[in-house]
Design a protein around this ligand. Structure first.
Ligand SMILES: [Ca+2]
Ligand SMILES: [Ca+2]
Length: 418
């Protein structure tokens, strides 16, 4: 590797401040902006970033894709070399993960269009960083260069209250972080940094404040100043910055946990309860008892299920796609729900079915339409729901099968005004 060295008192002071800052944020597995790296002066083994005086990081775009069990990050850097042609080792530092979270996986680097660069994992010389993913890139004199990185990572503390959290968070939050500070090792300021968070398995509607005696925000982003581009995309922009901060996102969705009193099995295929929350009308929950499935129930736990704390959500309406909506032929061959009992509990109880707390138990009987469109159970005022179930009371008979189906159930939450 072609190492470069630069060492000034000023740089060391800044570097110390910078590593101190990192310690404060050591809560997530995180990767950072690629920085020019080299061996530290007078030390053997390990590497650390150094200040670069020729190459400017002009623009940077960070796309974070939030999936159910992990997230994926894609970064595109646009560099401009104001000096002579040189080969530089760029290091992407990886922070030691919180023990509850896993580290970064599948790290890749590309230059120009799709030219993959060889990656070498090198020990870090910096406290809190376990190693750097390094690759070499040639920067030609007075030339623009595009470099892309991508990796996947696991969310931090999705199921417990973290003692490391920067503010009080109840259980069930997911954390994502990206260290922007290392971008400051390039020459001058970064002209523009754009960050997009893509919600791949939920929408802004699913972001939900939590209540358990107090209110916890569903979305916490540092720094603030985001905007929603659409219901799946959040955007942040910085102009002309020498980054001295990092990006920290915590979010809480209210994806229900679904179960049912029975599920139809046909060979390897299970028409499981979870099919009603996959945002796919072509998949359905089908009751698994002989006959029409009267009295069978599908149950939605929407409260913070990992928590022993009482908690609940404010629900404004529940959307239902009736029947088996893969196509209209299957819709009419199978039963559809005609009458349903909605039962809900406002707060957590050890055994809600048998509980004697009448104030916590609510129900409502609803007639559903025989249609493939989404229909709604609306509440006059938002109601507090910890858990609810739908019980089949009557059906529209199918022309072929005596199996009752539901394709989708979507909970619409009340989001309080700011
Ligand atoms: Ca479905
Ligand atoms: Ca049946």
């Amino acid at each position: 590797m072609n190492w470069e060295q630069k060492n000034s008192l000023l740089f060391l002071i800044r570097f110390l401040l910078y590593t101190m800052l990192l310690c404060c944020f050591a809560i997530n597995p995180a990767a950072a902006d690629g920085a020019p790296v080299g061996p530290p002066p007078g030390a053997s083994g390990g590497i650390m970033p150094f200040e670069n005086t020729d190459i400017r990081l002009v623009n940077e775009r960070i796309d974070v894709y939030l999936y159910r069990g992990y997230y994926e990050v894609k970064v595109e850097y646009e560099f401009f070399n104001e000096g002579d042609t040189r080969t530089l080792t760029i290091g992407f530092p990886v922070r030691e993960a919180h023990p509850a979270a896993e580290n970064i996986e599948n790290f890749l680097a590309f230059e120009n269009k799709d030219n993959a660069l060889a990656i070498e994992k090198i020990e870090s010389n910096i406290k809190d960083y376990s190693h750097f993913y390094c690759f070499n890139a040639i920067f030609h004199k007075l030339q623009k260069k595009i470099i892309r990185n991508q990796y996947s990572a696991h969310y931090s503390y999705e199921s417990s209250i973290s003692p490391y959290a920067p503010y009080d968070m109840p259980a069930g939050y997911r954390g994502v972080s990206y260290i922007l500070e290392t971008g400051a090792f390039w020459k001058d300021t970064i002209k523009q940094v754009e960050v997009y968070f893509h919600f791949m398995y939920f929408t802004t509607d699913d972001l939900q404040d939590k209540y358990d005696g107090r209110v916890y925000k569903a979305l916490y982003l540092q720094p603030s100043g985001y905007e929603f581009v659409d219901e799946h995309t959040m955007h942040l922009r910085f102009r002309d910055i020498e980054p001295d901060f990092n990006i920290e996102l915590f979010f809480s969705t209210s994806q229900p946990y679904v179960s049912a009193t029975s599920e139809l099995r046909e060979g390897d295929c299970i028409y499981k309860a979870g099919n009603v929350i996959d945002n796919e009308p072509a998949t359905a929950w089908i009751e698994g008892v002989s006959g029409s499935g009267i009295d069978e129930r599908i149950i939605f736990a929407i409260g913070p299920i990992y928590s022993k704390e009482p908690g609940s959500y404010l629900v404004k309406k529940i959307g239902i796609i009736n029947g088996f909506c893969m196509n209209s032929s299957l819709f009419y061959k199978n039963n559809r729900v005609k009458k349903v009992r909605l039962i809900w509990y406002s707060h957590y109880e050890e055994r809600p079915e048998r509980a004697g707390d009448k104030a916590n138990h609510h129900e409502k009987i609803i007639e559903l339409n025989d249609t493939m469109q989404m229909q709604f159970i609306e509440f006059e005022e938002p109601v507090r729901i910890y858990e609810f179930s739908l019980e089949i009371l009557d059906v529209y008979k199918g022309s072929v099968y005596d199996d009752t189906c539901l394709s989708e159930v979507k909970v619409f939450y009340h989001i309080p005004a700011q």
